[in-house]
Design a protein around this ligand. Sequence first.
Ligand code: ATP
Ligand code: MG
Length: 330
Amino acid sequence: MPGDFENAERTTLVEPHDPWVIDHRYRIVRPLGEGGMGVVYEAIQLSVDRSVAIKLLRGDDNETTRRRLLREVRLLTQLHHPNIVDVLDGGQTDSGAVFLVMERVAGTTLAERLVAERMAWRDACDVAVQLCDALAASHARGIVHRDLKPGNIMIVDEPTRGVHVKVLDFGIAKPIQAARSSFDTQAGMIVGTPHYMAPEAIGGELDPRSDLYALGCVVYEMIAGQAPFGHVGLEAILWHQMREPPPPLPAETPPALAALIYALLAKDPAHRPASADDVRDALLSILVPPPALTLDPRPPRVARRTSFALPLLLFAMMLAAFVVTLECGR
Ligand SMILES: Nc1ncnc2c1ncn2[C@@H]1O[C@H](COP(=O)(O)OP(=O)(O)OP(=O)(O)O)[C@@H](O)[C@H]1O
Ligand SMILES: [Mg+2]
């Protein structure tokens, strides 16, 4: 029985007050990364001896961050998609610590990748298509991510199929139906990351098209090497997000892709593509390879040409022999 197995593991493997064992079940191995709200560790799920990722709040946690992490557990539980990190478990320990257990993604964040170099536009489109799939699945469940950015996107290299994308961090994600008055949209409080924030999100509106704006910022950054509005200082960034057009993309960007990115970055959500699915379709049409050569599948036919080369050669040789004979006979 699985339950008995788990209990047997607990009594044999877990020391009662080991601070590196969470909820008697997960042993912390090493940190994997951290964000503003929490630290993510690699851990071993003791009952089945598998590697997982566990997100814990920083030491300075408070009621708001605890509620956020619990909400992330709840929202992620509703989302099962190949391009969204899979939640395995989560809740609150006896001592009140909140935790979220996820599949461990064996890759690097897009932010780490972009430190090294910007991406070729085709590779950027490949990542963007998968981001669209993740957003479409999330929006179909009525959930707006609200913090799509390179630090919340993981890239896994897969030898056979190129890169595989996983969207992380639904810490400030929100159901579209949520009451506007909930705790993290109190007056004057900006929720999200300014470099990727749509104008209407700055104003506190909850709209799935804000995720499309963030997607536009991310695709822009993959291709240009920096976010469209990489200005220093919160006020300057927010001003540019609300008022200024993005600087031109690199010249080698295909015009159709540049037009799509600029449409995603429209200040007015009504001028953006209507859905993540529409963006995906547009990206795929840009990615379509040139038509393949039309080759004939039948074996080649050998042309039966009449060749005059051999008779001519024989005739020339006979003529030469005749001339030589004549010369000798003189
Ligand atoms: N499932 C996972 N597998 C591997 N690494 C992960 C996983 N989840 C998160 N990480 C790493 O931990 C980092 C922080 O995770 P996450 O973004 O969820 O935390 P956060 O505190 O909510 O961040 P933010 O500052 O965006 O609010 C990520 O950037 C990534 O490097
Ligand atoms: Mg994060």
